[in-house]
Write a protein that binds this ligand. Structure first.
Ligand SMILES: [Ca+2]
Length: 158
């Protein structure tokens, strides 16, 4: 019986990189053991890669819709991140900044803008490996329509 020695294991690793090795020092059964160990190492690395254990991560993509993008105050805007995705996992966090100092969480949210102005809404998504992506959209909130004074006398206005 041939035992796997440190020299044989080292020769197997060296053999993987196609460098000159002391494989010639082994004969017969020992040479076959070295080649089999090298083959097992290659198969092990391939199995780990295929199982997704290799430490690679595809980043998420932040995409969202906001509706409406323009309107008069007070304007209620609904945002949805249903178009955001992670190609090799899942999105675990949705964070919103509404551009007026307020924030929100969740795939869907809404915000009422009471003041006229231009606001930048930002979505930030985090995937299950902790990688982050963000996206922005600009909203325009117009001043409210002026309110007409009530008709004082019920007369005819010219
Ligand atoms: Ca990912």
């Amino acid at each position: 019986m041939t035992w796997l020695t440190f020299d044989m294991l080292r020769a197997s690793v060296v053999c993987l990189f196609r460098r000159r090795t002391r494989l010639g020092a082994f004969t017969g059964t020992k040479r076959r053991v070295v080649r089999r160990v090298a083959g097992l190492i290659v198969l092990g690395l391939a199995a780990v890669s295929l199982a997704g254990c290799w430490p690679f991560n595809d980043p998420p993509t932040a995409a969202f819709t906001a509706s409406p993008l323009v309107g008069r105050a007070p304007l209620t805007v609904a945002v949805s991140a249903s178009a955001a995705f992670d190609p090799d996992g899942a999105i675990v966090q949705y964070a919103w900044e509404f551009g007026d100092g307020s924030v929100g969480v969740g795939e869907n949210a809404s915000r009422v803008y009471a003041e006229a102005g231009t606001y930048t809404v930002r979505l930030r998504v985090t995937d299950d490996d902790g990688e982050v992506d963000s996206s922005e959209a600009v909203l325009i909130v117009l001043p409210p329509l002026p309110t007409l004074p009530p008709d004082a006398g019920g007369g005819v206005c010219y």
